[in-house]
Design a protein around this ligand. Sequence first.
Ligand code: NDP
Length: 324
Amino acid sequence: MRAVRVTKAGGPEVLEVAEVDTPAPGPGEVLVEVAAAGVNYIDTYQRQGIYPMETPYVPGLEGTGRVTALGADVTGVAVGDRIAWAETLGSYAEQVAVPWAKAVPVPDGVGDDAAVGALLQGMTAHVLVNDSFPLSGGETVLVHAAAGGVGLLLTQLASAKGARVIATTSSAEKAELARGAGAAEVIDYTRVDDLAAAVRELTDGAGVHAAYDAVGATTFDASLASLRKRGMLVLYGAASGPVPPVDPQRLNAAGSVYLTRPKLFDFVDTTESLRDKAAAVYAEVAAGRLDVRIGHRYPLTEARTAHEDLQGRRTTGKLLILPS
Ligand code: NDP
């Protein structure tokens, strides 16, 4: 079968299409014909070696497709069923063997685009507003990179919970998408000198209850300075680079604020919690309350372009790789 293969860590050019052996589903695994693989920022960290990987490997943690064969000891799923997964390396490929315990069934009301587009990023957004800093309505929150994959979903979920979202984006087109997702205010953070001052101005000087920040290096200081007393900085990624070590005294000086660094898979760490979370997100999609924007679809041969576009800040919403 055809797959993207990485033989050494590096730039987008290390993503090469190759003929590789079709995986055989081992015990507990199902073989899937991939309808769409999801591109996630973590794929770029893995490709660069920021998260060290054993080579060679087929990248991509996320996808959706139909089951074509069952390994030993698999129950509760049949050949032909539609499933999705978010934690199985090897997804930028025509076929992948997925541990059934790490997969979720896709309901009929959810198409392939949303099955992938709302899974890793949708569950992350759901965790951020329900678990990391639970919103109950009436809060003001800062959402960085609000036109991105997670950003658009997070903005919709936070707004739906009754929070006032102050979004940041880097262009007028992205600002428009953030507004469409429910942002009350949008700041172009590439054009303001003092982002925290701009946020304070929009909150009568009080600051925000929470800042959801996955941009990292370039926004961390402003996020911290944007918080109101006892607010929370939810640092969940590092698209602009990792945040240097933080002196805890800074949390005191900022107003007894909290700092957390969540990762999705600590919140969906059992089959039951994974399927519950996915079902909650898919229910929002099926009910028409959560819109999944597919920013671009790339053939397998253009995986490197997908990574270049994502890291080059040229994308909005979810990026898909279509193996055929
Ligand atoms: P996005 O679609 O959000 O793309 C990243 C966006 O970050 C860009 O479009 C850009 O938006 C913004 N950005 C700001 N500065 C930079 C920079 N220097 N280089 C590149 N991008 C920059 O990606 P994802 O939705 O896939 O992921 C968003 C973040 O969420 C990532 O940091 C990812 O690691 C994190 N994440 C964390 C998870 C967790 O479990 N903790 C799970 C899933 C994602 P703009 O142009 O508007 O600035």
